[in-house]
Design a protein around this ligand. Structure first.
Ligand code: UTP
Length: 296
């Protein structure tokens, strides 16, 4: 059985939910406290044992490449000013594993973005991590999926239950058999309406996939939202190979939409030793002022 060594991070989407902020800046570079979202994702991949990462970029995404490169002038400036702690932080992102880039010329959908990286992957199982979901867990989320991949020797998708009225926002699985947190997938459907959803188990942006997936992505079939969907290709893959879903442990943060992004920022700031106290004081003051107004 081949080990999972490579990961794809698709980052070529338009990020329309954050416009106008994402007009000239990639949504993957929006920071949670002081680190861009995509760095959390790269760190999870590295902590899970990934050796090579390919980021799928597109128009207006240069900042991502710059972030993971050396910033010579900035580093010199910090060094001369003796700001060594800051210098270390800046250098962290450029000292990560080998990161490669490929451009998706048009944002035709997640399935198409993954397909763009096919030559880099070759004939090996690989991981896909989306920047929309940050997961905080004792064992990194992707590592949990890798452990399941080693047991099942099959593709494994990360899932979490969501409220029924939110199924239209996710890829949803129908499970055939379950053992603990592991499910065997019977069907998958992208963004079903509430009455069509086969369950409330939603795909959460972490995948281990067999290279056979490229056979189906190559068909470039258009799915939900007029885009080439990864979920549709996995559905076809599940008809010829076993596909599993794993309800991973840990807290999942939805940073792909505004409210989720704000809540994630607050949560991470409350875990930061410098920010915890002043933020808590501020929130308590705002909430008590709100309550006072409500009681007028
Ligand atoms: P999303 O649908 O959440 O990202 O795709 P988006 O399209 O950029 O965001 P909105 O909906 O317009 O606000 C999930 C991930 O897949 C990437 C995105 O960059 C994001 O990280 N993606 C999506 C691509 O790389 N290419 C695409 O064609 C579509």
């Amino acid at each position: 059985m081949k080990r999972v060594k490579k990961a794809i991070i698709p980052a070529a989407g338009l990020g329309t939910r954050f416009l106008p902020a994402t007009k000239a800046m990639p949504k993957e570079m929006l920071p949670i406290v002081d680190k861009p979202t995509i760095q959390y994702i790269v760190e999870e991949a590295i902590e899970s044992g990934i050796e090579d990462i390919i980021i799928v970029t597109g128009k207006g995404k240069r900042a991502i490449e710059d972030h993971f490169d050396h910033a010579f002038e900035l580093e010199q400036n910090l060094f001369h000013k003796g700001k060594i702690e800051l210098l270390k932080k800046v250098q962290e992102s450029s000292k990560m594993v080998d990161i490669h880039y490929i451009r998706q010329k048009e944002p035709k959908g997640l399935g198409h973005a993954v397909w763009c990286a096919r030559n880099f992957i070759g004939n090996e199982p690989f991981a896909v991590l989306l920047g929309d979901d940050i997961v905080q867990a004792k064992t990194p989320c992707l590592k949990q999926l890798m452990e399941q991949y080693e047991k099942t020797k099959s593709s494994v998708i990360g899932v979490k239950p969501v409220p029924k009225n939110e199924t239209h926002r996710y890829g949803i699985i129908k499970a055939k058999a379950a053992s603990g947190r592991l499910y065997e997938v019977e069907h998958l459907v992208e963004k079903p309406e509430i009455e069509m959803a086969p369950s409330n188990l939603a795909i959460m942006g972490r995948y281990i996939l067999s290279p056979e997936i490229f056979t189906f992505l190559a068909k470039k079939e258009i799915g939900a939202g007029g885009e080439i969907q990864l979920t549709d290709a996995i559905e076809q893959l599940s008809q010829i190979e076993r596909v599993f879903a794993y309800h991973f442990e840990g807290t999942r943060y939805d940073v792909g939409e505004k409210l989720g992004f704000i809540l994630t920022t607050i949560d991470f700031a409350l875990k930061n030793s410098d920010l915890k106290r002043p933020l808590r004081d501020y929130l308590e003051r705002v909430l008590s002022e709100e309550a006072a107004i409500d009681n007028l």
